[in-house]
Design a protein around this ligand. Structure first.
Ligand code: NAP
Length: 475
């Protein structure tokens, strides 16, 4: 049955003249409709967030923390319902949808805790010979209206990564979720309302990025834009935003290095999850596996055997490992990339074809660095295995990418591990794990084309505040 949702602006549930269908990405059937925002509703959302800011910025930290704690409780209570929505609107396998809901609750919990710890510092002013008899300290103040624009692949937790720190710091929010996956954020609005968030603090506008997203980015009352999505859109946003804070969480073609002294069984098992969770549609999905030639055949066999055992199909099935891609066009795109690689000499170890909306988990060998499936973000269940001979060589190969989000290194040699930490040009190095590891309070973000700034609750909160310096002259 199709469920009709209203959108949430200025503490009111509202409809607009137009609705948009939301599809179950596996069956292709419409399972929900949502109101499509126009320019007037977007303007109203920003105005209501601006008005609500005047009182919300003064709400005591313990009250903001209590709202966030209540949000955690309500998300947990609705876990199965929200997971079912995520599995339908994203096509995410059930177990990963449940995991996303649980992580989202944790994200809000970290924000509830951090809301009580937001503080400034005293400054030893007399460290300067011109600073005697003066007392100085700084405080952190919220910015005002935060414009949040989010992608389709984690429609709850990546929204949580923007909304929770904004609330924790006393900011107000206008959210534009991805058009393919707006329902999770409307459920979050229900939860925040029930948790006691004052009207106007959180507003949701659903509509095309080029219109609704753009209107938020250029609006002078949006004091910060926090964006997660593709590098192409991130690049447009940073050019258009003007003088305001911008955080960009963008894509990558993440790599993991497997040294010969690693536990190959354990490494292969983690690499399978890292490459194929959410059908490879994760910003830190494992796309390039660099394996020391000494253990290449052994690792490849263990890995490919495990990939062949993955269950592909309906994401609502509890034992599903790999569901559909977000869009049938994405199946075509990745199939073209794989076929192009094969023409250039790549070998398909398993997979290599699509079936309807699903692309089979695919492992390629004999690839070269210039193939699209290596140097561009695949965002699909396709991973490549490449042999290397020396640790210096593999560091250069990983760094050869124009992206730099995270990287993994499996080794028991502490010197190699520390060399990787020193020399990899990425935002996070995971030793004895894959590039795909994340828990939600870590500082998280990329170098190079992978982004600007860091999320992870405390770090997002710092970026959602301005420092105000206070000086008291005792002379
Ligand atoms: P996308 O196409 O860039 O869209 C992201 C958001 O931007 C959507 O809400 C989209 O709206 C909106 N948008 C599109 N054009 C816009 C414009 N001109 N101005 C303002 N907003 C605009 O990305 P996606 O396909 O949803 O997500 C996949 C990408 O996100 C991948 O590259 C992935 O690596 C990246 N990602 C990064 C992270 C991270 O933390 N680093 C996490 C997850 C995903 P519409 O939906 O209406 O087009």
């Amino acid at each position: 049955m199709t469920k009709s949702y209203q959108t949430y602006v200025d503490g009111q549930w509202t409809s607009t003249g137009q609705t948009m269908d939301v599809f179950n990405k596996f069956s292709g059937e419409v399972f929900a409709t949502v109101p499509l925002a126009d320019g007037a509703l977007t303007e109203k959302a920003i105005a209501s967030a601006k008005k609500a800011y005047q009182s919300f910025r003064k709400m005591p930290a313990h009250q903001r923390s209590a709202i966030l704690d209540k949000t955690v409780e309500l998300i947990n209570k609705r876990e199965a319902e929200i997971a079912a929505v995520i599995s339908q609107e994203v096509g995410k396998a059930w177990k990963f949808s449940v995991n996303e809901v649980q992580r989202s609750a944790e994200t809000f919990k970290f924000a509830a805790d951090e809301a009580k710890r937001l503080h400034g510092e005293t400054i030893p002013v007399d460290a300067s010979r011109f600073g005697e008899n003066r007392f100085g300290y700084f405080i952190r103040e919220p910015l005002g209206v935060i414009g949040a624009i989010t992608p389709f692949n984690f429609p709850l937790n990546l929204v949580a990564h923007k909304v929770a720190p904004a609330i924790a710091t006393g900011n107000t929010i206008v959210l534009k979720p991805a058009s393919a996956t707006p329902v999770s954020s409307l459920i979050l609005a229900e939860i925040l309302e029930e948790a006691g968030l004052p009207p106007g603090v959180f507003n949701v506008v659903v509509g095309p990025g080029r219109e609704v997203g753009d209107a938020i980015v250029v609006h002078p009352d949006c004091k910060k834009i926090t964006f997660t999505g593709s590098p192409a859109v991130g690049n447009q946003i940073v050019r258009k935003a003007g003088i305001k804070k911008v955080t960009l969480e963008l894509g990558s073609n993440s790599a993991t290095i497997i040294e010969a002294d690693a536990d190959l069984e354990k490494a292969a098992a983690r690499c399978v999850v890292s490459a194929f969770a959410n059908s490879g549609q994760v910003c830190i999905s494992l796309q390039r596996i660099y394996v020391n030639r000494q253990c290449l055949d052994q690792f490849t066999k263990i890995f490919v055997d495990k990939v062949k055992g993955l269950k592909v199909g309906n994401p609502l099935d509890e034992d599903c490992d790999v569901g559909p891609l977000i869009d049938a066009k994405e199946v075509e795109r990745i199939d073209t990339w794989v076929k192009e690689a094969v023409k250039l000499g790549a070998v398909v170890a398993t997979g290599g074809h699509g079936e309807g909306r699903v692309y089979q988990p695919t492992v390629l060998t004999q690839v070269t660095e210039d193939m699209k499936i290596m140097c561009m973000e695949t965002f699909a269940p396709v991973v490549s295995i490449v042999a290397y001979d020396s640790f210096e060589e593999v560091i250069d190969l990983v760094n050869g990418s124009e992206f730099g989000l995270q990287a993994g290194v499996y080794t028991n040699d502490i010197n190699k591990a520390l060399q990787a930490v020193d020399d990899l040009d990425v935002g996070g190095v995971m030793i004895n794990d894959t590039a795909t590891y994340r828990v939600d309070h870590l500082p998280y973000g990329g170098n190079k084309l992978s982004g600007l700034g860091r999320e992870g609750i405390r770090f997002a909160m710092e970026d959602m505040t301005n420092i105000k310096m206070v000086m008291i002259n005792r002379n």
